[in-house]
Design a protein around this ligand. Structure first.
Ligand code: UDP
Length: 319
């Protein structure tokens, strides 16, 4: 198979590229290095099955050229991270909406399958957990930047479904829940790399809010395995799937575990959301994926526990 990975120099993208190359596929990457890093793929440069273009998915000609040469497009190029989105609201909306429109339009020209990477942000602040794919989305007002990001990714999903229904474009949508692992940076807000870095430097570990909010963190290797299972499964065509782990933890517990694992002298400090992000910021109290659909479709099971994931991230930072 020949694959195009948009955002292939990003954290998840680079792990996906490695896995595709490992199974013998040819891989092209387009990345504008806005949040991706060339170092994430630099070690692949000499692989004859790998090539890359540093450019934006907003450039229609480049996207048309690149999609024409492949069999499948993994679309990961998007604004990422709550902190990044709040600092760059306009660019985030533009990349997510115009960028995805361009990728789908050009992929449709050759009827190339698109795997769209979506997000659990889609569900908003829904109280009923675990989230099932068909659940209602619960969003706050438009003055809160986070809900614009959630809506832009929902537009991406609507676009993908519309191309599938109206143009018969093969698509699969995956909603990732808090993917973590080696190479993820805390620069755009993600909690695990932030806590690990703070702990290793003996700086205060900064828990937002009361720390009782929960998340389920999934190792990137599980996410990549799930995606590769879905792309090869005919029954996944035209469908949306949650993808993640269902091991739930509070952020307080996460902070304590990181501190213990790194034998850190850090204190654990609680910071109000308004100070961490922006006035009026809203967080979800719980976020847990219902994995029934992906389990039943491809037999997916997350394999990496939170303890193992934290060990991997710490080892990566120490390296
Ligand atoms: N968080 C935190 N300290 C940080 C960064 C994040 O307590 O330095 C919290 C954040 O407010 C949220 C959880 O950790 O409740 C997960 O945040 P992340 O940005 O990693 O993912 P998301 O909010 O998208 O689930």
């Amino acid at each position: 198979m020949k694959a195009l990975v948009t955002g292939g120099a990003g954290f998840i993208g680079s792990h996906l590229v490695e896995a595709l190359l490992k199974r013998g596929d040819k891989v092209s990457v387009i990345d504008d290095l806005s949040t991706g890093r060339f170092e994430n793929v630099a070690h692949l440069e000499d692989n004859p099955n790998f090539d890359y273009v540093i450019d934006t998915i907003l450039d229609e000609r480049v996207v048309a050229d690149m999609t024409a040469k492949v069999d499948v497009v993994f679309h990961l190029a998007a604004a990422v991270g709550v902190a990044y989105i709040i600092d760059n609201p306009l660019k985030s909306l533009e990349t997510n909406i115009k960028g995805t429109e361009t990728v789908l339009e050009k992929a449709n020209d050759g009827k190339k399958k698109v795997v769209l990477f979506s997000t659990s942000e889609i569900y908003g602040k829904a109280n009923s957990q675990p989230c099932k794919e068909e659940d209602d989305r619960v969003l706050g007002t438009t003055t809160i930047t986070r809900w614009g990001y959630s809506s832009s990714k929902a537009i991406d999903e609507f676009l993908a479904f519309a191309y599938h229904r109206e143009k018969k474009l093969p698509i699969v949508i995956v909603r990732c829940f808090n993917t973590c692992g080696p190479r993820q940076t805390g620069q755009y807000g993600m909690v695990i790399p932030r806590f690990v870095k703070q702990a290793l430097l003996d700086h205060p570990i900064t828990v937002h809010g009361d720390g009782k909010q929960t998340r389920c963190f999934c190792d990137v290797s599980d996410v990549v395995r799930g995606v590769l299972g879905l792309v090869d499964e005919p029954a996944a065509d035209g469908e949306v799937f949650n993808l993640g782990s269902d091991e739930e933890t509070t952020i307080d517990d996460l902070a304590a575990r990181v501190k213990e694992l790194t034998a850190s002298k850090s204190t654990i400090e609680h910071i109000p959301y308004e100070r961490a992000y922006e006035e009026g910021f809203e967080d979800m109290r719980r976020r847990v994926p219902d994995l029934t659909k992906i389990r039943e479709t491809i037999g997916y099971e997350p394999r990496v526990s939170l303890s193992e994931l934290l060990e991997r991230v710490v080892a990566d930072f120490e390296k």
